[in-house]
Design a protein around this ligand. Structure first.
Ligand SMILES: Nc1ncnc2c1ncn2[C@@H]1O[C@H](COP(=O)(O)OP(=O)(O)OP(=O)(O)O)[C@@H](O)[C@H]1O
Ligand SMILES: [Mg+2]
Length: 221
């Protein structure tokens, strides 16, 4: 059974009578342990597709299954529960709380999980170690470099031990060398078995993935 099974997904925006088919009939299945990149031009529908696959957004039509469970018909409450426990997100702009320490940023998703609070600190410290930032534990995130911020964001995405990590342009705000370090980190995580889906329009970065999916005008090509 695939980890993610999407059949005939559509996302149609209606802005003032004009319809935009952002996702225009996409079927896709993702196996546990895969490392996939989604590439395509600006506006081709990459983020929209990723937000649907990651349960941040719902499709206009189509069927989406996660670990065999149909999620396309669930209420926002139930989706949030699944999202918090099974999915990790990394964004281009890091999305950390600026005046909050690295460790507390990483602990945040645990507060919305069913993981007992007695485990939060230990889990977060393990994640800091994994991204090699133990010495920055008590620094506020606005005291960190871009690459360090993104490593905290990745640690935060991993702390609930999700089934899959989605990253939307995770190197978009980083210089090329720092970007390569982040890509290397994703590669290491995938070697350890984590399923990773990265959206990028950088073809070089995309090559690191084991499978590259190209999207154009809302369809896979
Ligand atoms: N909330 C929205 N309302 C209306 N149209 C939208 C909305 N979000 C996205 N779109 C449109 O859907 C299409 C796909 O957008 P999307 O953000 O998925 O592209 P993208 O491939 O991620 O682009 P980029 O590389 O620039 O991030 C675009 O034409 C965009 O304008
Ligand atoms: Mg995008």
């Amino acid at each position: 059974m695939p980890l993610i099974d999407a059949q005939n997904l559509y996302k149609i925006y209606d802005i003032g009578g004009t319809k935009i088919n952002a996702v225009n009939g996409i079927s896709l299945s993702i196996e546990d342990g895969e490392f996939i990149s989604i590439v395509g031009k600006s506006g081709s529908g990459k983020s929209t597709l990723m937000h649907i696959l990651g349960l941040l957004d719902t499709p206009t039509s189509g069927v989406l299954k996660l670990n065999g469970q149909e999620v396309s018909t669930l209420t926002e409450n139930k989706l949030a529960k699944i999202r918090n426990s099974q999915i990790g997100f990394v964004f281009q702009s890091f999305n950390l709380l600026p005046r909050t320490t690295a460790i507390d940023n990483i602990i945040l998703p645990l507060k919305y999980s069913s993981i007992p609070s007695s485990e939060w600190q230990g889990r977060a410290e393990k994640m800091l170690e994994l991204v090699d930032l133990t010495e920055r534990k008590l620094n506020k995130s606005n005291e960190l470099s871009g690459g360090q911020k993104q490593r905290v964001a990745i640690a935060r995405a991993l702390v609930t031990d999700p089934s899959v990590i989605f990253a939307d342009e995770p190197t978009g705000n980083l210089d090329s060398k720092t970007g390569e370090e982040i890509v290397e980190l994703f590669r290491t995580l995938n070697d350890k078995g984590k399923t990773i889906v990265i959206v990028t329009h950088d073809a070089d970065l995309a090559k690191v993935a084991k499978r590259v999916i190209t999207i154009k005008d809302g369809v896979l090509i």
